[in-house]
Design a protein. Structure first.
Length: 545
């Protein structure tokens, strides 16, 4: 297949999943000039109740002109800083979010905050630069309003700017993307619609409310998971809903009952998908530190009257999301039999089908590699690859064709999935992501927990000669004590863990990297059990502790 044909073939398998409205809206955006009314906004609405303290992120502003995002710090000291092309796009976006207004210790940085708001208004002309794109606009609008509701004073010039930002956003909604971006747009319109008091504000509010009413049933699955199937974006969406509840109670306005109904389900889903260390597992785009901590989100929910509880022991199935959790004795196992995400929105998908993570004795042992970058570079592609996850790699290929920064062409489908509760706990699944390869291979995996051991059976069906690699990424704290052709002994926090492979292959220990936060890469090790011969191939892995 020629390179040109491959390119168009990949585009076809990417674009065919989009909704027609996404394609139409993308075309329209290229021919639309956004106009905005620059008139002064009206009065502010009076609070009827106290604004409840929201969840807080870590401090982002470390000096009066110095910001640290994604483990990278820069001085923002002139008008060009807001759109500095030498800095990562995601870093620039974070600069325009104004998250530090509601971060830990924000009160102590009041003078800095007032100065940087004034600078933003003066140095970011209407419609120009990164700060006026819909997503950063949405987050900034909400953060400025949160800052005001917490008792801080927005000057008239800033209020005027805020109103213009909302008007610009209302004419620039991300209907071509949908998903979390459109929901963030709608949240900003809700906040502005209740914060300001006039007919224009009511229009903003109704637009935002209609979007949320439409999107909520689709974006929250019946088991409580966010439909993008990323633990990190689940946290973002949950915080959005908590903020919306907080806002409506502050202004004594009714909100859709569906929001109050789904929050408990989302809280339960989040608790199930966390490790014993209290933080999220890494499936699809996921990293710690982008949102407030899980504990802070739970505390925020409690302040608003929503209770949380620990997951029950045993096997828990999240059937709509495709994830499972096994917790027994000293083990927590988190299993991915999920789709890559919504067919029309796989932007945050990884090729991680049938991967898993394992904690023992309260500490992470087997992990997926996490996410440290966005964009289109080699690191982004590597972190989305199958090889960056604890699953099976066939012929060095990805189970789903991740490409670009946020695209997926042909994607793995889990076509059979089962659970069994008996003498042990058994979870199984098969996917067809490799059927595009010669011999049409498929991968089936069974996780069998029994009596302080986990046995994993991998079967690759099909025909022809293929190279099969069973990959287990180790958490950086795991020490490799001994290794042979088919056995390895690990040390974790004073405990011994043994992993035995069988399948007529060879075991290798390789260097790798682990990415628990954006901008952070930590050296770690991965185990690779290689088998190279004619399919079908069976590999059994037994982990004991």
């Amino acid at each position: 297949m020629s390179g040109v044909f491959q390119k168009y073939f990949r585009y076809w398998h990417t674009l065919r999943y989009l909704k027609l409205t996404q394609i139409i809206k993308r075309i329209q955006r290229h021919f639309t000039n956004i106009s905005v009314d620059l008139s002064v906004q009206g009065d502010l609405r009076k609070n009827e109740n106290a604004w409840s303290q929201p969840a807080k992120r870590d401090q982002r502003m470390v000096e009066d002109k110095k910001f640290c995002f994604l483990h990278e710090c820069h001085i923002v000291d002139n008008i060009k800083s807001w759109n500095n092309e030498q800095w990562p796009k995601l870093w620039i976006y974070n600069l325009h979010y104004f998250d530090d207004l509601t971060a830990v210790g924000a009160r102590q940085r009041l003078i800095w905050h007032r100065t940087i708001i004034q600078r933003w208004v003066s140095e970011n002309p209407v419609g120009f630069g990164n700060g006026w794109e819909p997503y950063p606009s949405s987050l900034r609008i909400v953060n400025w309003i949160k800052w005001s509701l917490a008792g801080n004073h927005l000057e008239n010039l800033w209020l005027h700017s805020l109103a213009v930002q909302v008007r610009y956003l209302s004419n620039n909604l991300e209907t071509h993307l949908l998903g979390n971006h459109l929901f963030a747009n709608a949240k900003a319109l809700l906040f502005a619609g209740l914060f300001f008091k006039n007919n224009e504000a009511e229009v903003w509010y109704k637009i935002g409310l209609n979007i949320i009413k439409k999107e909520l049933p689709e974006q929250v699955l019946n088991d409580g998971g966010n439909f993008e199937l990323s633990t990190m974006y689940h946290e973002i969406f949950l915080e959005d809903l908590l903020d919306i509840v907080n806002l409506h109670r502050t202004f004594d306005r009714d909100f859709p009952a569906s929001i109050e109904l789904v929050i408990p389900k989302m809280l339960r889903w989040l608790s199930i998908m966390c490790h014993p260390d209290g933080e999220i597992s890494f499936f699809n785009d996921a990293a710690i530190g982008i949102t407030p901590s899980v504990l802070d989100l739970f505390k925020y929910a409690k302040r608003l009257g929503f209770e949380t509880s620990k997951p029950e022991v045993g096997l828990i199935e999240l059937p709509d999301s495709g994830y499972s959790r096994i917790e027994e004795d000293e083990a927590v196992i988190l299993i991915d039999r999920a789709a890559v995400g919504p067919d029309y929105l796989p932007a945050h998908a990884h090729a991680d089908t049938l991967s898993f993570e394992l904690s023992l004795f309260g500490r992470r042992v087997i992990v997926n590699s996490g996410t440290s970058v966005y964009g289109t570079g080699a690191d982004r592609h590597q972190q989305r690859s199958t090889a960056a996850h604890s699953t099976v790699v066939l012929d060095g290929e990805n189970s789903s064709e991740v490409w670009g920064g946020f695209r997926v062409a042909r994607r793995a489908k889990v076509y059979t999935s089962d659970i069994q509760r008996g003498e042990g706990l058994v979870v199984s699944g098969c996917h067809d992501g490799y059927k595009r390869l010669p011999g049409r291979p498929t991968h089936c995996r069974i996780w069998n927990y029994f009596n302080s051991s986990l046995t994993i059976h991998d079967k690759i069906n099909g025909c022809g000669d293929h190279r099969v690699e069973v990959v287990f990424h180790m958490h950086p704290d795991v020490e490799v004590d001994q290794i042979s052709k088919e056995c390895v002994t690990l040390r974790i926090g004073g405990h011994t863990v043994k992993i035995n492979f069988s399948g007529d292959g060879s075991l290798f220990l390789e260097n790798s990297t682990y990415h628990p936060e954006f901008g952070l890469s930590v050296s770690n090790k991965k185990l690779v059990y290689c088998v190279g011969h004619c399919l079908p191939i069976n590999v059994a892995t037994k982990i004991t502790w």
